[in-house]
Each structure stands twice: as C-alpha cells, then as structure tokens.
Design a protein. Sequence first.
Length: 149
Amino acid sequence: MNKFLGELRVSVMSVHERWWYAYLVAFFIQMAIWTTMVAWDETVRSNHATVVEYIRAVGEGSSPMVQMFVLNSIIIIELGRLIMVLAQGIADRLKERREKFKAELISRGRVEGKAEGKAELAAKVNDWNKRRLEAEARGEGFDEPPPTE
C-alpha cells in the first residue's frame, strides 16, 4: 500500500474531550447571535406570506455559517488553551526564579552570618588570650575556659 494512503487520518474538526462543552457553548453562542440577526433581517426586509416561508428563509440564511462557526469555536477555544498553557509556563518560570533568588539571599545571609559569628568568636578568643597572657605575666593562675561560641 502507498505510504501516503496507509497513514492514520485525523479529523481537522476534532476537539479535546475535556473541552467539549466549551466548544459547544462557543458554537451555540455564535449560532444564536447569527440566527437572531438573520431572523431580524428577514422580518424587517422581506414579506413572507406564511410562517413556513419565514422559517425556511431564516434557516437558509443561517445554515451557510455553521461550518464557519465550528471552525471559529475550535480556534477560540484552542487559542484560550494555548494562552493558559503559556501563562502557566511563565508563572512557573517566575516562581522558579523567585525561589532561586530567595535561596541565594538565604545562602548569602548564612555566609555573612557565619563570617560575623567567626569574627565575634575570634574577638572573644583574642580577649580571652589577652587576659590569659596578662595573668601569666603577673604570675597568677588562669583557669577561665576558652570561649567556644
């Protein structure tokens, strides 16, 4: 069989199952507005002898737009879905950047905090050592433990 004829066929008019009602709503809104406009036009501009002629005229005026409204509905819903996907992607990327920035700030704060802590400990050890050396120079005993924090 020819490779072009053996391929799976996919309908252009197919829609996503979860979004079926959204497509229907978009289609029916367009169809209702168009049918109302055609009915109004037929009422104002034409003289129909019977109700059946009027209904037939409205039907003939509305039916050519059915395929256009189906395509419009698919385009509208698919664009909406695409915008939602893109917006979610942007939101995820912004959240990731925010978390990364937050982690960097926390990490920087810890490094600075550790440096400050080390400087304070070094100052305490220097003071302790100075007192120890002074006591040793005076010939006194020095039993104060070295600072640990």
